[in-house]
Design a protein around this ligand. Structure first.
Ligand code: ZN
Length: 94
């Protein structure tokens, strides 16, 4: 079991804060002491939605008009999402 920096949200106030905690540890908020819910990890991958008109993707060397098409092109070319960063523990995002 290792400590991880995660986002937690106060159940009472909805206040979100970054806390260092063990995976299963119950976190109490600093604001009011309520239990905090762990939020899903933030992805640093910058993959916004494909614009309605589509765009030319330099990396894929293709004109991309839909998210589905981009995923398919990436799969075909064996490309990972641009800007993918390793998790704090060194594993790559999937
Ligand atoms: Zn609170």
């Amino acid at each position: 079991m290792s400590f991880r920096l995660n986002d937690y949200r106060c159940r009472k106030c909805g206040k979100v804060s970054e806390r260092l905690a063990k995976d299963k540890e119950v976190i109490h908020s600093l604001c009011c002491g309520s239990v905090m819910d762990k939020l899903p990890p933030r992805f640093s991958v910058n993959m916004g939605p494909v614009p309605i008109a589509g765009y030319y993707d330099d990396n894929l060397e293709s004109f991309v008009s839909t998210n589905t098409q981009r995923k398919e092109l990436m799969r075909q070319r064996g490309v990972c999402e641009k800007g993918a960063t390793p998790k704090p523990d060194g594993e790559a995002w999937v």
